[in-house]
Design a protein around this ligand. Structure first.
Ligand code: ASP
Length: 332
């Protein structure tokens, strides 16, 4: 079932899928500059992702339960959605820009604070894996456009046409009116952001998107920007964002959430505060756009919050893989 369709039409009751698990039950302390987080390993491993992506979190959890690390888990989890042609917001089948070009943005960050990103990547489905290659095999953090594509091809990624018939038809339909400024809402965005904690208590995250549908050619959002679309601090926690990237970039959203957790806020409180920074700006136009955050802290506690209704996260923890509808600001 399409993610958006599901989110709009399905009651969340009974979405959880119990699969059973055998988790370690021990505790470990980790220190950081300002506080001490108790890592409760019995809550681990865990994975959360933006939106309704049960297959992606299942893939990530399979890696974690086999003793794999959080970095492999988030990369492989995101690849599930990138390869899913029915998802029109990520990887193959993503909605194009206003000129009909599908351009992908992605980033990844590991427990050491290493990170890699690609922006305006064309013709390569697995942007998240290219981002990982940038992180691991280059001295750089970000590659863009043709350089990113050539780097991918030289590392064995196969170029392919990412514009599917369905997405082409949607674009043709959009062109009839071709509104210059797309209004972002649940119909035209769906970045996949994923955060995982492995059995050792180490955190990694990844984020991948085709960006705002029918964006201007060359436009890049928050999703590949470390600190905006994604941030990980292995001593504190991690955060990923979805929604109107410009608003996330202006508030350095994911970094903000992690810093708020460092100051003692729970993941839920931190996500709420980061949303309040956006909606409480003077003259904020928040009624016309969506932003959502999900976050996890070192203790394995999670949170999510959005401006508008129908944002959700998928969470796989304690043997249950389920979609959780997010609380939201605009209840008027
Ligand atoms: N954050 C993405 C962007 O602005 C859009 C999305 O979340 O789908 O490019």
């Amino acid at each position: 079932m399409k993610r958006r369709h599901f989110i709009k039409n399905t009651s969340l009751t009974g979405v959880g899928l119990a699969v059973g698990n055998s988790l370690l039950a021990c505790k470990e302390e980790t220190s950081n500059n300002n506080n001490k987080a108790i890592v409760d390993l019995k809550n681990l491993p865990l994975v959360i992702a933006t939106w309704h992506v049960l297959e992606a979190t299942e893939k990530a959890m399979a890696i974690l339960r086999a003793g794999g690390n959080a970095l492999d888990a988030v990369e492989q989890g995101c690849r599930i959605e990138e390869a899913n042609e029915k998802g029109q917001s990520v990887g193959k089948g993503g909605l194009p820009d206003r000129d009909g070009n599908v351009t992908l943005d992605a980033c990844i960050m590991d427990k050491h604070g290493n990170c890699g990103a690609v922006v305006y990547l064309k013709d390569i489905t697995h942007a998240v894996s290219v981002a990982r290659k940038v992180m691991e095999d280059t001295p750089h953090v970000m590659l863009a456009g043709e350089g990113a594509k050539q780097f991918a091809i030289s590392n064995g990624f196969e170029p392919e046409d990412l514009l599917t018939e369905t997405s082409k038809e949607a674009w043709e339909k959009w062109k009839v009116e071709a509104k210059y400024k797309p209004i972002i809402n649940i119909e035209n965005h769906d970045t996949i952001g994923m955060l995982a904690i492995d059995k050792n208590g180490d955190i990694s995250g990844a984020c991948t998107t085709s960006g705002l549908a029918y964006k201007m050619g060359g436009r890049v959002g928050d999703s590949p920007i470390i600190g905006s679309g994604l941030f990980i601090d292995n001593e504190i926690g991690g955060c990923v964002a979805t929604g109107l990237g410009e608003e996330v970039v202006k508030t350095v959203g994911s970094f903000l959430v992690v810093e708020l957790m460092r100051q003692g806020k729970s993941p839920q409180e931190a996500c709420e505060e980061a949303i309040s920074r956006i909606v409480n700006k003077p003259n904020s136009d928040y009624k016309n756009f969506q932003v959502g955050y999900i976050a996890v802290n070192k203790k394995g506690e999670t949170g999510s919050y959005a401006i508008h209704q129908w944002f959700s996260m998928t969470k796989f923890q304690d043997g249950v893989n389920e979609q959780i509808l997010s609380d939201y600001f605009n209840k008027a």
